[in-house]
Design a protein around this ligand. Sequence first.
Ligand code: ATP
Length: 299
Amino acid sequence: MTTLTPTPAIHCQALTLEATQPAAWWRRVPRQRVLDQCALNLPVGSVTGLIGRNGAGKSSLIRCLLGLTPVSEGQARLLGEDSAQLSDAVRARLGYVPQSPELFGWMTGQEHAEVAASLYPGHDRAWFEQLAERFALPLQQKADELAQGDQQKLALALALAHHPTLLLLDEPVASLDPLARRAFLRTLFELPERDGEGDAPPRTVLISSHLLGDLERVVSHVCFMQAGQVQLMDEWDALLEHLRLHEVSAPIRHAAVRHSRATATGWQLLVDERRTPPPALAQGGRGLCMDELFDVLNG
Ligand SMILES: Nc1ncnc2c1ncn2[C@@H]1O[C@H](COP(=O)(O)OP(=O)(O)OP(=O)(O)O)[C@@H](O)[C@H]1O
């Protein structure tokens, strides 16, 4: 009997984007590749935090996944279709919020909703208005007159209003105040249940953010990026359970050591207990929160 593997919501392999401009003079090592052989497999219903330092390649990856930036090599698939040739049916199931909201400055929130309704057959006006109320968003004001955070809220409400099956959010909460951030993250969490009713597939979310405390509360998976590469991609609960930080005097090379870095007093090793560590690393060590893991991976 053959077992069918469900189609992932996002799949990419060997995704590479060559830099089109010369490397900046201030970079010590000229960067030829904005993305370098990125591979991802995000199951339907997952909420994945995309994490990395400024310039790691998060926005570029999201744009390549969406087919907005043509890749130099490799392939990406969203909801089972090639990103470079998405059908209208798949486009109608996507929600995207770019880092800087793309709004029409002269139009009010209500007018934006009318445009969204003409583009997305599934646009749900009542849900859009509920979201606006939840985010305390003034819908009668022109986008140009909205504060930066309110512009971001409008972009979020518009992206959520047609109940997308797959949401790609590029630093969606960076300008939101703590109340609005909590309201948004609560909404994000509620959505799969809401759409899980009936026959609708659960929602998949890829969200980039530097607010790791927030991400830690909502994600099922994490993808750490560094210098255009996927550094670590896994289920967050599995990393919490199996990844341990060991402080040692000398580095140890072993398949269980996922990352090592020198410190002032010795070495820090990130050890994955699922890979049968050597005796010296089989016990001890300590678990890490997302902030600490970020520090170790980028230190
Ligand atoms: N077409 C291009 N040619 C050359 N360099 C590029 C190109 N596109 C992006 N870059 C550079 O690649 C790097 C990755 O940019 P990107 O915006 O994807 O990073 P990011 O992880 O989203 O950063 P941030 O957290 O600051 O938003 C940056 O240094 C950017 O300037």
